[in-house]
Design a protein around this ligand. Structure first.
Ligand SMILES: *Cc1c(COP(=O)(O)O)cnc(C)c1O
Length: 417
């Protein structure tokens, strides 16, 4: 493989594997919405979305309308939901491209209905109920009114009802069970009044892997597809790591005892040793907090990061590794042949969570995709994006009529098996 200063190797076969684990856990008939926000947690949203659709994933969740439009421009035609919400400026383009939006207030419902009317379309919304996350979402006591407002507007379509679990330990935390009870109560009231429609979805990765019940109609995993589970939850061993951050030795020198390395001279050689310099720094995803703490893999061995991590460079002590040379590949996390530098360990050393590490892999780090050439998983019908009856991504999309949306439901439900 061609070497760059720094590159993130992304193993699409590992994604295929992780998605099959996710689908098995979700159970047959449950729709899987793969979350690809923040550029697919740093993995490259366009490539990941295309691959996921090939693997039969039914829909995609993003963080912003710009992310949704990037996918549409790249030809992704699967349903896309802006999970949180849009800001006013983003609303029109979101609707024009048939992107679904999380909804949590009457004001926003009115605004979207007006805008959809002007654009002669319908806004497909997922009503987000705040059952304890305290961030977005309508409080349960105001939810019924919002259900009614959606029902009453010819320009709003209730495509789903969702809530978000706050605990990173999913069903292992009582708070998650309480959130589900509140969600159930609110759904019950809406159902009684005939206001319920669309897909019901709750589970992120932690909820899915701790079997939070009920599963509802759809699940929204993100991090598990990338091979990681938060907080050492059970089931992590079934998943395969996807991203490996690599760089190469650009320079090394032998330093005598007493020599200092890096900004603020936070590291001093206690004996003569060899220091190698890597052209990768905190702008590339090597956390500043790994200075004098982290380790990397070189020639199959661990080497400690010494001194501060700087913006463009990182220094490692390779005094104990014979024959290190310029051009040697260095693995900052992920796989190196049959060795591995676990992302979870790197995150722990950096006092953060794995999500932040992959998301902070900078834009000058080349993403190199490997694998993914195999055909879609066995027993997968063609993904919805290949059905000719669906709207073209390049054209402004009309709302899907009853027939079209039925077909979409069929396809995406099939695809979730
Ligand atoms: C990010 C996000 C998810 C996915 O969470 P993971 O922990 O990565 O599985 C699901 N739902 C919502 C609303 C999110 O914002």
């Amino acid at each position: 493989m061609k070497h760059y200063r720094a590159w993130a190797e992304i193993d699409l076969d590992a994604i295929t594997h992780n998605l099959s684990v996710i689908r098995r856990r979700a159970g047959s008939g449950v729709h899987v919405m793969l979350v690809v926000k923040a550029d697919a947690y740093g993995h490259g949203a366009v490539a990941i979305a295309h691959h996921a659709v090939r693997c039969g994933i039914g829909s995609l969740g993003v963080g912003t309308s710009a992310e949704a439009l990037e996918l549409r421009e790249a030809g992704v035609r699967a349903p896309i939901l802006v999970l949180g919400t849009v800001v006013d400026e983003e609303a029109a383009s979101t609707l024009r491209h048939g992107v679904e939006i999380g909804l949590h207030s009457s004001d926003r419902a009115a605004m979207l209905a007006d805008l959809a009317k002007q654009l002669d379309t319908q806004a497909r919304v997922h009503l987000n109920i705040d059952t304890g996350m305290g961030r977005l979402g309508v409080l349960p006591e105001s939810a019924l009114r919002l259900f009614e407002e959606i029902q009453d507007s010819p320009h709003l379509v209730l495509a789903g009802v969702m809530t978000h679990i706050s605990s990173a330990r999913g069903a292992l935390d009582e708070t998650a069970l309480e959130q589900v009870r509140v969600f159930e109560r609110t759904l019950g009231q809406a159902r009684e009044r005939g206001l319920l429609a669309g897909r019901l979805h709750v589970a992120n990765s932690a909820a899915l892997f701790t079997s939070l019940q009920p599963t509802y109609d759809a699940v929204r995993p993100g991090i598990s597809a990338y091979g990681i589970l938060p907080g050492g939850l059970p089931g992590a061993e079934e998943l395969q790591p996807v991203m490996s951050l690599k760089s190469q030795v650009v320079f090394f020198k032998d330093l005598p005892a007493g020599a200092r390395v890096g900004y603020d001279s936070t590291w001093t050689a206690t004996k003569g040793t060899r220091i190698a310099t890597l052209p990768v720094g905190y702008n590339d995803g090597v956390s500043w907090r790994l200075g004098n703490r982290g380790e990397v893999l070189v020639r199959g061995q661990r080497a400690p990061i010494v001194g501060r991590v700087s913006m463009d460079y990182t220094t490692i002590d390779v005094g104990h590794i014979p024959d290190v040379s310029v051009g040697d590949t260095v693995t900052l996390f992920g796989r190196a042949g049959d060795r591995c530098m676990p992302l979870e360990e790197v995150a722990r050393e950096a006092s953060t969570i794995p999500y932040e590490i992959t998301c902070s892999v900078g834009k000058r780090v080349r993403r190199v995709y490997v694998g993914g050439e195999e055909p879609p998983l066995p027993s997968q019908p063609p993904p919805p994006a290949q059905r000719s009856s669906l709207p073209q991504s390049s054209k402004p999309q009309q709302p899907t009529g009853p027939a079209a949306s039925h077909e979409l439901e069929q396809n995406t439900t099939d695809a979730a098996h």
